[in-house]
Design a protein around this ligand. Structure first.
Ligand code: GAL
Length: 687
């Protein structure tokens, strides 16, 4: 099925909330949308109270007129089911369907996402409104796709949830003894004698049980997916030709295992808001786009929301610089997105997000952002041929939501263990080296990758451990970081020496953890020839922070040693030949430049270089290679304030054409280079 239905080329548009505006504005909206070549809008995401202002009383007239207006103007709709924000009457009619915090506080209406996902009244109402929408708009020419809900992620600790959690646990464990074993309830007298004794991890006196907390997230992920799939079932029944999706939100508060959900979606859609401006925002964009592509199994996916400004962690709005919106957009498209959508089309006059950036801001269309949006619409038209082409990614980083969640649990040996930070550092090092990475599940078939990075895979299943071992035995190369392979699926420690899951393949045995204080660092000095492999001069050393370990080699050779403190003289970095492959282990948190050295050495040993014989990009320049049959596209994003020059002579791109400028590219002579302007983009096509 081609999704979204009826949209040719790449999608461009955003959340459209016409219910916030008088009807005259809708006409201006569609005229401006046409000017910007908008072809898809997410419609009605928060429109429940406009559609059903009183229980059972629906007012679809306004939405009919909007859908008709869009169809008349050739604009398609990803029509939302508005179930992320039930109207005020809902909470009054069904107080038991309002969510409860871990401390027992029941929330009241006043914001959004105020519902309990396990409450029968909510589930009925959600399916009810989805059914009414599908009945009304089945066959409407503007209907391109269903956008179910918005950013599933709501948590609740009420009695409905407790009941559903117990049901889920009974299915998972069958008998209480198995649960008691998995949760190690012998500790602190937590043994359960009846299922009814078990509840969600509500507020308690001291540290909670890590296995219970992890299972609660697993359960919520499944419960929220049931909310989604109940709606999807009616949408599919009433509109079988229309694809159904939901937009993913990413964060440590989100109890959704996106990779597992993605296996069962018509298409993967993500929202992306970097919380930092500048180059880190570009790196954040590449990271999330690669995650989305990996969740989608390499198939096209869709950037459903982004903003024309950045909102940083303290809520401060940082305007994107001229050209930055286009670079973020093309970064997503280069990494496989079938287009780029924004939150939102027109900035709201009031409400909690009235100052959020939009494509049409409060100043109206006479603005830089709108002019850039018009240019972007035209550019996306020229990039449409990229859609569906394969993204070349020779390296994988292992990704597992459960490993992340386990590392957010209580009672860890250091508060500074940071799963996401470790993944981002690994991804950044590859990005800067011009290497695109996929994120793979630990239990996936890894044979297509030349190198696999394993940062902080704290929780590692039997299957994951076996998969890595087989991959290396068959000739693969891996780099494993500290705090990987420590606990199993039940968060129970793999005993006999760390990292239990990877001991054999790494040829090491870790006797003891030595977490470091934030103010501490340890010098790490390469052994013998390793210094050259790590790109170090004779007297140079690496620096370890956050963590160190008492490592024994059990077959591995020493690459570098600690040279100070209690661990002086002991291995810090090792390398093990296992079967046909090589497994590196790094027992400390290397500084960014040092980590890049280690990854660089592993890349070199695995024979990984930037694709198609391209040079490593200059600092601040991002490259991605796409391929479809004989055609290749090189996407170059220059995030710097100065032009960059890429020597492409001798590569397939020495003769081609740039889809951005329409110009012919010839860099046949060794001293000729492609110049990409400051903040500019090039997408060079060659056959
Ligand atoms: C998204 C959400 C939108 C809007 C946006 C603001 O997470 O889906 O509705 O709130 O954030 O950045």
């Amino acid at each position: 099925m081609r999704w979204p239905r009826g949209v040719d080329g790449l999608c461009f548009g955003g959340d459209y909330n016409p219910e916030q505006w008088p009807e005259e504005t809708w006409h201006e909206d569609v005229a401006l949308m046409r000017e910007a070549r908008v072809n898809l809008v997410s419609l009605g995401v928060f429109s429940w109270s406009a559609i059903e202002p009183r229980q059972g009383h629906t007012t679809f007239g306004w939405l009919d007129r909007v859908m008709d207006l869009l169809a008349e103007n050739g604009i398609m709709a990803a029509l939302a089911t508005p179930t992320a924000s039930p109207p005020p009457w809902f909470g009054l009619a069904y107080p038991d369907a309002l969510p409860v915090w871990p401390d027992g506080t029941r929330l009241t209406h006043g914001s959004r996402d105020t519902y309990c996902p396990a409450a029968p009244a909510y589930r009925r109402a959600a399916v009810g409104i989805a059914t009414a929408l599908a009945q009304r708009y089945a066959g409407h020419p503007a209907l391109a796709m269903w956008h179910v809900h918005n950013e599933y992620g709501t948590t609740c600790y009420c009695d409905h949830v407790a009941k559903a959690f117990r049901r889920w646990l009974r299915q998972r464990y069958t008998c209480l003894e198995a649960l008691n074993e998995a949760w190690t309830t012998a500790f602190w007298s937590q043994r359960y004698g009846e299922w009814e004794e078990i509840g969600p991890p509500r507020a308690t006196q001291y540290l909670g049980n890590p296995a219970q907390l992890l299972d609660f997230r697993r359960f919520l992920s499944g419960e929220l997916f049931s909310c989604f799939s109940e709606q999807r079932a009616v949408l599919r029944e009433l509109t079988p030709q229309v694809p159904v999706t939901t937009n993913f939100v990413f964060g440590d508060w989100v109890p959704v295992d996106h990779r597992r959900w993605a296996e069962d979606l018509d298409c993967v859609a993500i929202d992306h808001y970097p919380a930092v401006p500048g180059l880190p925002a570009a790196e954040h964009t590449a990271f999330h786009a690669d995650l989305a592509r990996s969740w989608a199994g390499g198939r096209p996916w869709l950037l459903m929301e982004q903003a024309s400004s950045t909102v940083n962690a303290s809520g401060r709005l940082v305007a994107k610089r001229p050209g930055e919106m286009a670079r973020h957009t093309v970064a997503h498209v280069a990494r496989g997105s079938r287009g780029a959508m924004f939150f939102q089309w027109r900035a709201s006059r009031g409400g909690a997000e009235q100052h959020h950036a939009a494509l049409v801001g409060h100043a109206g269309p006479g603005s830089r952002v709108f002019r850039e949006a018009v240019d972007l619409g035209a550019l996306l038209g020229r990039l449409a041929e990229l859609d569906g082409a394969t993204v070349e990614a020779p390296v994988a980083i292992l990704w597992d939501a459960e490993a992340w969640w386990a590392l957010l649990g209580p009672g860890l040996p250091s508060p500074d263990l940071d799963y996401l930070g470790a993944l981002q550092a690994a991804h950044r090092a590859l990005l800067r080296a011009g290497i695109t990475a996929d994120f793979a599940a630990p239990e996936a078939d890894l044979r297509g990758y030349r190198l696999v990075l394993v940062p902080s895979l704290y929780l590692t299943s039997d299957q994951g451990a076996t998969s890595v071992r087989r991959y290396v035995a068959g000739g693969g190369h891996v780099v494993v970081w500290y705090s990987s392979g420590v606990v199993d699926l039940d968060t129970r420690v793999w005993i006999g020496g760390h990292p239990g899951a990877f001991r054999e393949v790494l040829g090491v045995r870790v006797e003891e953890f030595h977490p470091l204080l934030p103010s501490d660092s340890l010098p790490v000095v390469p052994d013998g020839a390793s210094a050259a492999a790590l790109g170090l001069a004779a007297a140079e050393q690496l620096t370890g922070r956050v963590w160190a370990e008492h490592v024994h080699c059990a077959g591995a050779e020493i690459v570098a040693r600690y040279t100070a403190g209690q661990l002086a003289g002991l291995p810090a970095i090792t390398r093990n030949e296992y079967g046909e492959g090589i497994a590196w282990y790094c027992s400390t948190g290397l500084d960014e430049a040092d980590l890049a050295r280690l990854i660089g050495a592993a890349l070199a040993r695995a024979g990984v270089t930037p694709p198609a014989g391209l040079p490593s990009p200059p600092s601040g320049v991002e490259i991605v290679l796409r391929r479809s049959g004989q055609i290749r596209w090189l996407c170059v994003l220059n995030h710097n304030d100065e032009p960059c020059s890429l020597p492409l002579a001798g590569t397939p791109f020495s003769a081609g054409s740039d889809l951005v400028t329409g110009s012919v590219v010839t860099t046949a002579a060794p001293d000729e280079a492609v110049i990409v302007p400051a903040g500019g983009i090039a997408v060079i096509r060659c056959e």
